[in-house]
Design a protein around this ligand. Sequence first.
Ligand code: E4P
Length: 217
Amino acid sequence: MKLFIDSGNLKDIESLVPLGIIDGITTNPSLLAKEPGDYRDILKKICQLVKGPTSAEVTATDYEGMVRQGRDLAGIDPHIVVKVPFTKEGVKACKALSSEGKKVNVTLCFSPTQALIAAKVGANYISPFVGRLDDIATSGMHLVKEIVEIYRAYNFKTEVLVASVRHPIHIVEAARMGADICTCPATVIEAMFKHPLTDIGLEKFLKDWEKAQAVKA
Ligand code: E4P
C-alpha cells in the first residue's frame, strides 16, 4: 500500500521524505490556506521534494472553471494530480481532464455510488473520507471495503486513496482491505513508528552490550 502525506507544509514533507516511505502528497484548499506564500510555489516545491503524485484541488465549482483551473494546476509540474470535488460539474470536469491525459483525483467521496461514477469517468484516484464519516457515526472503513469490492469486480483502474485518516488503525484496516493508498497527516505517519517495546528493547540491548564491553576491558 502506498503512503501519501496529507499536508501542504514543507517542513512536514521535508522531515518525512528522507525516510523513503512516502509515495505522494495530497493537499486541499484548507491545508494550503494555512501555509504562507504563493500556492503555486508551494506546490512546485512539494513536487520537487516528493517526485510523486501531488494532488492540488480546484476551487471553481462550475465545469468550465474547474477545467480551466485543472489545466493551470497541471501546468505547474508533471507530478500534479488535479483534484475535483464529487459534484455533477466535477464529474464532467474529471471526464474532460482525463481525456486530455491529465491525472484526476475525485475528492469528497462519501458513498460507493459516487466511487462507481468516478471510476466510469476515468478518475485515477477516488478519495473516500473515512474520518469525516466516522465523525457522523457512520463507518468510514466500511465505505472503503465496498469501493475496493466494486473496483475489483469490474477491474477498474481507479486507485482507492483513503483520505481523512485520523489514526493508525485506519491505516491498518485500509491495508488489510487492499486499498491502494492511505493519505495521512504527518502526526499519524509519525505514530506508525512508535512502540514502547521497541524503545525498551533497544535500551536493554545497548545496556547489556556496554556492560559486557566493560567486563572484557
Ligand atoms: C485529502 O485528500 C483530504 O483532503 C483530507 O484527507 C481531508 O482530511 P480531514 O477530513 O481531516 O480534513
